[in-house]
Design a protein around this ligand. Structure first.
Ligand code: MN
Length: 202
């Protein structure tokens, strides 16, 4: 079964002015489509064809660059699209808000740590909020298309919020000003979806 590029749950211009339509369209139709195609090419004719993307990431060897980079790229963007929403922003509520307070002390402190993880990731990569079994939350970052599900990555737990800090995610609108993109990202975070992923994986 080949992996397929998912449709976005909103229009390309739905996240304006925080994330611009042109960036969203290129990101989805060129970058994410590219990772999807190259992942399918890399697993064609191998036993990975019958595995889920989570199983593939859990077991990929660091030396398998094609599956590591494109499997990560496929999965990471699937998550990225759904943790953003035109109705997003603000702060989480309920048990996710409590877990953030328990793990970081306050939402502001979580936001500082997550923003800093994205801002200080050298070159291309991702910032993550992950949940461990039992509900403890962790912020971390990974280079390139690595993902906390990969066994060799220094970042563990299940990713429930991912922020793409590759230049292709922000350069058209924000150029070199990554911190401005990170601030804008918080205006579109779909906390309902993050809370759903928290509840399902805590
Ligand atoms: Mn990307």
């Amino acid at each position: 079964m080949a992996f397929e590029l998912p449709k976005l749950p909103y229009a390309y211009d739905a996240l304006e002015p925080h994330i611009d339509a042109r960036t969203m369209e290129i990101h989805h139709t060129k970058h994410h489509q590219g990772y999807t195609n190259k992942l399918n090419a890399a697993i064609a004719g191998t036993d990975l064809e019958n595995k889920t993307i989570e199983e593939i990431l859990n077991t990929v060897e660091p030396s398998n660059a094609a599956v590591r980079n494109n499997g990560g790229g496929y999965y990471n963007h699937n998550l990225y699209w759904v943790v953003m929403s035109p109705n997003g922003g603000g702060e989480p509520t309920g048990e996710l808000a409590e877990a953030i307070n328990d793990s970081f002390g306050s939402f502001e402190e979580f936001k500082n740590q997550f923003s800093n993880a994205g801002a200080t990731q050298f070159g291309s990569g991702w910032a993550w909020l992950c949940v461990h079994k039992g509900g403890k939350l962790e912020v971390c970052s990974t280079p390139n298309q690595d993902n906390p599900l990969m066994s060799f990555v220094d970042c563990s737990g299940f990713p429930i919020l991912g922020m793409d800090v590759w230049e292709h995610a922000y350069y058209l609108k924000y150029q070199n000003k990554r911190p401005d993109y990170i601030n804008a990202f918080f205006n579109v975070v779909n906390w309902d979806k993050v809370a759903e992923l928290y509840a399902a994986n805590k």
